[in-house]
Write a protein that binds this ligand. Structure first.
Ligand code: WTA
Length: 635
């Protein structure tokens, strides 16, 4: 028997050692015993970080949906696979069994085929958190089409950029979405985006809010009649281990978003194995991850990881504040949720409401609490532990990234003793290291540096869609032969890791990664603006919020107009999405620059953090005189 399910600390250390001493044997054993292969691999691993190139299970053939669905039919056909909890609690939950999921995915896959979608084609999915979202993802995987899910909170411009970057011919969407007491006109956003997407010839529209929308003749089709007419049998496409499974965009510190490419076999093996252990999932548990499938957390730990293990996974359409701030706990009680996985920003927002709303509900089903997406501060950790977990459910503070595909550093609940704000130990097979700025590895404990990974793991992204050079430059050129995460971290006296935050120009706002450059580009399009610089500052709910320093072309005239702040945020909403709006906007006479003309963000960051005691030597700046003025007028 391989070590598929780790149950105590000694076993963790033993399995961990095995996984790093002989990774190929280790992953081969896991792959061999726990998945359905149409053909086994010829070679477990081939890699070279200098190219960079990583290939797992070469020669193997499989389809991930047979692993997520078909193989459970015999033993779990009537078990709930997806438990859909709608935005409006009065609408009632929907239990989709594995058998029903099988039929619905097959029907959807046949619809895609009828629309001419073939293996390797890219399909953009811009759908709210309704069952069709998970089903469309799986339908693409069934026929070997590469899905590119775009979070349904992104703007038309952001959607168009992503559709064009990966050349999607088909877009799947809905007439609209429910978000708390609001509805959002998703189809309208798609229509606007498609004005700039010549390559799209088909739009499949799910009905959700029943609004009166425009359907473009020859392009737009209602999904339901097509599904009704389609066969519920669809042979799974035979995929090679390294065939792309999906593209998912993530923000970079510069330029356009990066389409991270994940491939089939390694991604499947790692997400399934990490799900089982990081959540200690047991048969008949009800597992709930509150993320949106539009992000990697939803891909790996709402859809693929849980379904591969035959789990029941909750899919929640709504928001934590609707109808009131007790909604999460209401759902936990109603569905007797055993594992609950959310983001620190949600925890802080709920903590702000006090403990009363938690007390009203019976949360005794909870066994494991998870946190992901940004560093969890000590206060939020304790609130979560005391009020939600009642001190008995371990919190797994799990660190990972869109690029890593799966959880990388995390306590294993009931196995690894937890420590507030620490992601603790590397997961099985993961070899992290800390580097100093000169490229030396920091050995031993009680050190702090840049977080890298030394050895490939099965679910590492293989490239950036259409730009392998950027993949190499971003992740493999800072430190020789290492994957660089963009995060800083420290290792304590027992070897536990604590993630200290981004060391590049990515700012995490409410758990969403935002690159500063695209926001600045959006702002600079305003006719009154000459230049801008965005930095993060601490925010009690969002973790970080955005502070914009903006210089106007013609000072004075515009400055008095509060409208300008609104216009700037509107521009950001239109170009990127409301999540990227600035909390603070300061108009400045100039921005501090180095002699080579680069904006000194370090200084602006300190001012935004209200820490001006030690700005360092500013005399070497091109324009040191502007600094005092910025400090005097800081918000
Ligand atoms: C941050 C989300 C501290 C980190 C799965 C990383 C975290 C970025 C944690 C990736 C954590 C994620 N503690 N920071 N537990 N988890 N991060 O791509 O900066 O949306 O690089 O993937 O989020 O965000 P992404």
């Amino acid at each position: 028997m391989s070590n598929y399910h780790i149950k105590h600390l000694e076993e963790y250390y033993q399995v961990y050692r095995k996984s790093v001493r002989n990774p190929e044997n280790f992953w081969e054993e896991i792959a061999e015993e726990h998945f359905l292969w149409r053909k086994k691999w010829d070679k477990v691993l081939e890699w070279d970080f200098s190219k960079p190139e990583v290939k797992w299970f070469q020669g193997a053939q499989l389809n991930i949906t047979e692993n997520c669905i078909d193989r459970h039919l015999a033993t779990r056909g009537d078990k709930t696979a997806i438990l859909f909890e709608p935005n409006d609690p009065n609408e009632g939950a929907e239990h989709i069994t594995y058998r029903q999921l099988y039929h619905r995915v097959n029907k959807f896959a046949n619809v895609l085929k009828e629309q001419g979608v073939k293996k390797g084609d890219r399909v953009c999915i811009y759908v709210p958190m309704i069952p069709e979202l998970a089903i469309s993802v799986l339908a693409c995987a069934r026929i070997g089409a590469i899905h590119s899910v775009v979070f349904a909170g992104f703007s038309a411009t952001a959607l168009a950029t992503r559709i064009n970057d990966s050349d999607c011919k088909v877009v799947i969407t809905a007439d609209g979405s429910f978000r708390g007491s609001k509805t959002i006109d998703l189809k309208g956003i798609v229509d606007e985006a498609l004005e700039d997407c010549e390559g799209v010839n088909t739009v499949l529209v799910a009905k959700r809010i029943d609004s009166d929308i425009q359907m473009k003749e020859g392009r737009d089709l209602w999904l339901q009649p097509l599904l009704d007419a389609a066969s519920d049998q669809c042979k799974a496409e035979l995929m090679q281990a390294e065939d792309p499974l999906f593209i998912l965009y993530t923000s970079g510190s510069t330029g356009k978003p990066k389409g991270m490419v994940h491939t089939t076999a390694g991604y499947m093996v790692y997400t399934a194995y990490s799900f089982k252990n990081a959540f200690q999932y047991r048969e008949n548990d009800v597992y709930w991850c509150t993320a949106d499938i539009g992000w990697i957390t939803g891909h790996s730990y709402i859809v693929y990881g849980p379904l591969c293990n035959g789990a029941t996974t909750v899919l929640f359409e709504g928001v934590p504040s609707y109808p009131d701030f007790g909604r999460f706990w209401d759902i936990v009680e109603k569905h007797k949720v055993n594992q609950f996985y959310t983001a620190p920003t949600a925890i802080r927002a709920l903590a702000k409401q006090g403990g009363d709303l938690v007390e009203k509900y019976n949360l005794s089903s909870l066994k494991v609490l998870g946190s992901v997406g940004e560093p969890i501060n000590e206060e939020a950790w304790h609130w979560y532990n005391d009020n939600v977990g009642k001190g008995k459910s371990p919190i797994i503070d799990s660190w990972w990234q869109t690029e890593t595909g799966g959880i990388m550093i995390t306590p294993i609940p009931y196995v690894t003793p937890t420590k507030p704000t620490y992601a603790t130990l590397p997961f099985i097979g993961i070899q992290p290291c800390l580097m100093d700025e000169n490229g030396n590895e920091l050995k031993g404990n009680q050190v702090e540096g840049r977080l890298c990974v030394k050895f490939p793991w099965p679910s590492i992204a293989r490239t950036i869609w259409g730009n392998h050079q950027r993949y190499k430059d971003t992740y493999f050129s800072s430190f020789e032969n290492k994957y660089f995460t963009g995060d800083g971290a420290l290792r304590d006296e027992v070897g536990y890791y604590r993630i200290t935050g981004r060391v590049d120009d990515v700012i995490i706002v409410s758990g969403h990664n935002l690159g500063t450059a695209p926001i600045e580009d959006a702002i600079n399009e305003h006719q009154a603006i000459s230049e801008s610089a965005i930095v993060g500052f601490p925010h009690d709910v969002k973790g970080s919020a955005l502070y914009g320093y903006i210089t106007l072309k013609d000072t004075g005239e515009y400055r008095k107009q509060d409208n300008l702040r609104k216009e700037i945020n509107q521009l950001i909403s239109d170009k990127i999405g409301p999540i990227a709006k600035l909390d603070k906007i300061q108009f400045t006479e100039g921005l501090p620059k180095t002699r080579s003309g680069k904006i000194m963000r370090r200084i602006l960051r300190k001012i935004a953090e209200k820490d001006t005691s030690n700005l360092g030597d500013i005399s070497t700046l091109l324009n040191p005189e502007c600094v005092q003025d910025i400090i005097d007028n800081a918000l």
